[in-house]
Design a protein around this ligand. Structure first.
Ligand SMILES: [Zn+2]
Length: 345
């Protein structure tokens, strides 16, 4: 910087200062002009080399330049600090109109919820929980349950047969046999689990579904015990005002066999659209254990008697919540699943 610097030179320096983006760069620029070896400092030192008559004006001029540059540096420093403050504030600013980050709480699927509900009911009546494999042999699924080769339920169209010679159980009744083979009566068990049938999915069928099997074996067990158990089950599941009705039916593994109905909760058995005008809704199949089933596990049918029932959990859910399409339970649509969050638990 020459001693004869002009207003324009100073303005150029100030413009340069205004383009600086960081405090460090600003500091460098300040040193360049105002530091000990800075251009302006050096220029001011040279004043004494000038003739005395010009010294005063030149000194005043350079002082004024120095002052202007110092002010520009200070202004730019403040501007940079303010910018930084705003930047930080913006990064931490709350936008009250933004949707919150909602933390969703998980819940059991409605099938699991109802399974637990049923479980509580039977545990409360003194039944034990028992489980069995989903891949079964034909013996446990059919023969031991008095279902001979010619029976329609053994049709290839109903059962998933596997390449290893086994099959996917078509009902949870298999667990009856597995438990009775290992234990002597009296016994009272219930067994929830998945079952499989070659059904094309429609509003009332799924190829995979949930059942709960119940078995009670003791001396002198009668239909009255079955009916008492069913009544408690129906009232606990559907409400104290609900009643049950048995209608004779046929299953190979029970004799006599019954279809069990519960009174319609909407019309209270007077008949409405929901129950097809009958006043009653079918909930499960039940009956007294067939003597041949006892024989297959080595129980003496003259000494022991028992009842068994098998209930579809999806059916219970459909009746309980007036669900029209069973496929909804497996569609994994979160809007549907969330409807049942915390219904039972
Ligand atoms: Zn009804």
């Amino acid at each position: 910087m020459l001693i004869n610097m002009t207003d324009q030179d100073v303005q150029d320096i100030i413009d340069q200062i205004k383009t600086v983006r960081t405090v460090n760069e600003l500091q460098e620029l300040k040193s360049k002009y105002l530091g000990k070896q800075g251009a302006l400092t050096v220029a001011m030192k040279k004043i004494r080399e000038v003739s005395p008559d010009k010294r005063k004006d030149l000194g005043r001029k350079l002082n004024l330049y120095k002052q202007r540059i110092e002010e520009a540096v200070e202004d730019q420093r403040n501007a940079l600090i303010e910018e930084e403050r705003e930047r930080r504030e913006a990064a931490h600013r709350y936008d009250v109109t933004m949707p919150g980050a909602r933390r969703e709480v998980g819940a059991l699927h409605i099938i699991s919820q109802v399974q637990e509900e049923v479980q509580e009911i039977f545990l409360g009546m003194g039944f034990e929980l028992a489980v069995g494999p989903e891949m079964e042999t034909s013996y446990y699924n059919f023969e031991a349950l008095n279902t001979p080769e010619w029976h329609p339920s053994r049709d290839m169209h109903d059962t998933f047969y596997l390449s290893n010679g086994k099959l996917l159980r078509t009902h949870t009744s298999t667990v009856q046999i597995r438990v009775m083979e290992k234990r002597k009566p009296p016994l009272a068990i219930f067994s929830p689990g998945r079952c499989y049938r070659k059904d094309t999915p429609d509003a009332t069928h799924l190829p995979m579904f949930y059942q709960v099997e119940v078995l009670h074996v003791d001396k002198n067990v009668s239909v009255a015990h079955l009916k008492g158990t069913l009544e408690i089950l129906a009232k606990r599941l559907f409400g104290q005002d609900r009643e049950i009705r048995l209608r004779p039916s046929y299953f190979p593994f029970t004799e006599p066999s019954f279809e069990v109905f519960v009174s319609c909760g909407i019309c209270h058995s007077t008949g409405c659209r929901s129950c097809g005008g009958t006043g009653w809704l079918e909930i499960l199949g039940a009956g007294m254990v067939h003597p041949n089933v006892f024989r297959s596990v080595g129980y003496d049918p003259d000494e022991w008697s028992g009842f068994a029932l098998g209930m579809g959990l999806e059916r219970v859910i459909m009746l309980k919540y007036d669900l029209e399409d069973i496929r909804e339970l497996m569609r994994n649509d979160r809007r549907f699943i969330k409807e049942f969050r915390g219904v039972v638990l």
